[in-house]
Write a protein that binds this ligand. Sequence first.
Ligand code: ADP
Length: 613
Amino acid sequence: MAFSDLQPRLSTVLRPTERPWIGLAVVWLVLAVGAALIAGELARRQAEGDLARQAQAGAALHAAVLRSELEKHRSLPLVLAQDPEAVALLTDPGPARTDQVDRKLERLAEQTRAAAIYLLDAKGVARAASNWRLPTSFVGEDYSFRPYFTRAMQTGDAEFFALGTVSGRPGLYLARRMADADGRVVGVAVVKVEFDALEADWRGSGEPAYVADPSGVILITSVPDWRFRTVAPMSDAQRRQVLTGQTLGHDALAPLPFRTADARPALVTAAVDGPPESWIAASADTATPGWTLHLLSPAGTAILVAVSNARAVALLAVTLLMGAVGVLLRRRQLAEAQMRAEEAARADLERRIDERTVELRAANDELNRQIDERRAAEAGREMLREELVQANKLATLGQIAAGVAHEINQPVAAIRTSAETVLAYLKRDDGEGVTRTANRIAELTARIGSITDELRAFSRKTTSRPSAVSPDEAIDGALVLLTGRLRASRIAVTRAKAPSLKVLADRVRLEQVILNLVQNAVEALDEAGVAEPRLSLSVAATGDGVEIVIADNGPGLSDEIAGALFTPFVTTKATGLGLGLVICRDIVASFGGELNTRPSDAGAVFVISLKAA
Ligand code: ADP
């Protein structure tokens, strides 16, 4: 599967909050590996440099020690060559002299710690030796084949590193040609220097060291196996040349068992005491006899420790860095989560507000609807009331119609009679009589006009707003329509007027109320058959209003009727509807006033209380 295919799948498997952590882990891994590798490499170079410098210093020190050791021994053959006793021994040997020189050489060897000091005669036979006492004594041995002898005989001195023919021990042979006082060559003085002590010192230091001659053959070494090996592979010709005069085995002159990496030539892998280890190689030259001292300084552990430490520090640093990044990342995630939570809370709040708004709007709409309904009902009721008022008015008109007709008929009959009288006056040519009677006709006509005017006004449907109305005028209007009825019933009407007072009312409706109340009183008086029926209508100011009191001397209101007087359909009359008082109270209430009864000893008393205008 291609990586591009894998990516979307990973993004669906991982939660959004986990993705940065995976990224951080990957970055940490890459950085950690990279930093560990780089730091390790830098530390390795640094450690190798330090070790190389240390090894170089060590090598220089070893070389100095070796040089001083050699210098010390180099003077010995020189001194011996000058020694008269030694020269004498070689020119004129004798047992006593031999013994004397042997002892001298023995002492000298002890003092200088030379391995052996001996004198060879001109034929190469040892005449005296420091080891004369030992079974391995050189005395009497022939060393004419040894290169150091032949070379010294030819050139004056020679230095030759070889294994001892008797001891088999390696050492440096320092040879010096000896001559007598006449300059005749008498033999060679030889000092064999062994480096066991030096090698033991080197071995003890833990840092393998070895010395190679100019041809690369190892002579002195703290690792015995490496002796007579070479620092570099040799050709057969070189090998033959080196082997001349030597008594070395066949595996000699093999290259050292070292492995080196081309990139790091100073780093050597070699087995010294056990398994192969890493060493830093350093070398120092010694001027004579042209030897090079090599020192191996242990590198493996030191480099390993340095590299490990550097890697650990790098890992720690990267981990700390990533930890800090992780902390920042976590903080950011927490802040984002909090922001998201606040956002969600805000959204939730807004949603709830929206819901609540919708509910409130619905409730408001419902309320408006109810208000509209109520208004409509109110309007309906208002209309109904208007209709009722009008119906009551018409009913009242019906009731008073007979009285009104009678009231009109009387003047009409009088006008007819007056007209006949006018004709009689005209026949008699009585102008004054005509004028008087015509005036009378005009008065009667005016009287009829006032009744019909009142009737027309009363029957009109009015819905005007309350205005300033004179209560006395309203009573006058009502009495005009009732004059016939009152007269028929012989009711004595008394009035108490207050012409200056005005009330807040509608003229026609107030008249309607008064008409209703007077009508009720007339009916009650008629029905009771009161001997001297009386009706009193009075207008008077009260504290902050005006009272119209209508009282009769009829039977009054029984307790039963008084309790439910203003309740619809309560009536004592056979043809009554029981709505008159209800409508009257409603009309008065619409002016802001009240209609009540007042207790009385004789008859009924109704009180209309109105606001003064
Ligand atoms: P209706 O006249 O149709 O009966 P009202 O509401 O006008 O209806 O009157 C209700 C009742 O109140 C009458 O039936 C009557 O018994 C009583 N009433 C009204 N006015 C008087 C009055 N002045 N004297 C005695 N009773 C009265």
